[in-house]
Write a protein that binds this ligand. Structure first.
Ligand SMILES: [Zn+2]
Length: 107
């Protein structure tokens, strides 16, 4: 028969282990920035009403315009109105305008 203090110590150890396993299985979400800024913002090439020559994407004037499109898309995605989900806005290194993408940020 183990003593009472020994049983309590074993209980603490098991709870500690369980918490470690739980934390390992449920990592806290990392704080991934949703907006990426290029180191040097290239000059904006071409007209906004023409798609990006490099990516074919719609151009947005600035981070606010692009971010609001992303937010709008995510709300519509959550309501089941669209099948694709935009992830973030970024400034295009080719055309200098802002685009929205469904690709999460790569590290
Ligand atoms: Zn572009």
């Amino acid at each position: 028969m183990p003593s009472a203090s020994r049983t309590a110590a074993a209980g603490l150890l098991i709870r500690g282990l369980a918490k470690t396993v739980y934390d390992w299985m449920h990592p806290a979400p990392r704080d991934v920035p949703r907006v990426t800024y290029p180191r040097d913002t290239p000059p904006q090439v071409g007209r906004q009403d023409e798609p990006c020559e490099e990516t074919g994407k719609v151009k947005y004037r600035d981070v606010h315009e692009a971010e609001s499109k992303v937010a709008l898309n995510q709300a519509r995605y959550d309501r089941g109105e669209v099948e694709y989900r935009l992830e973030r806005a970024y400034c295009c290194e080719f055309c200098g305008w802002w685009h929205a993408t469904s690709q999460p940020l790569r590290r």
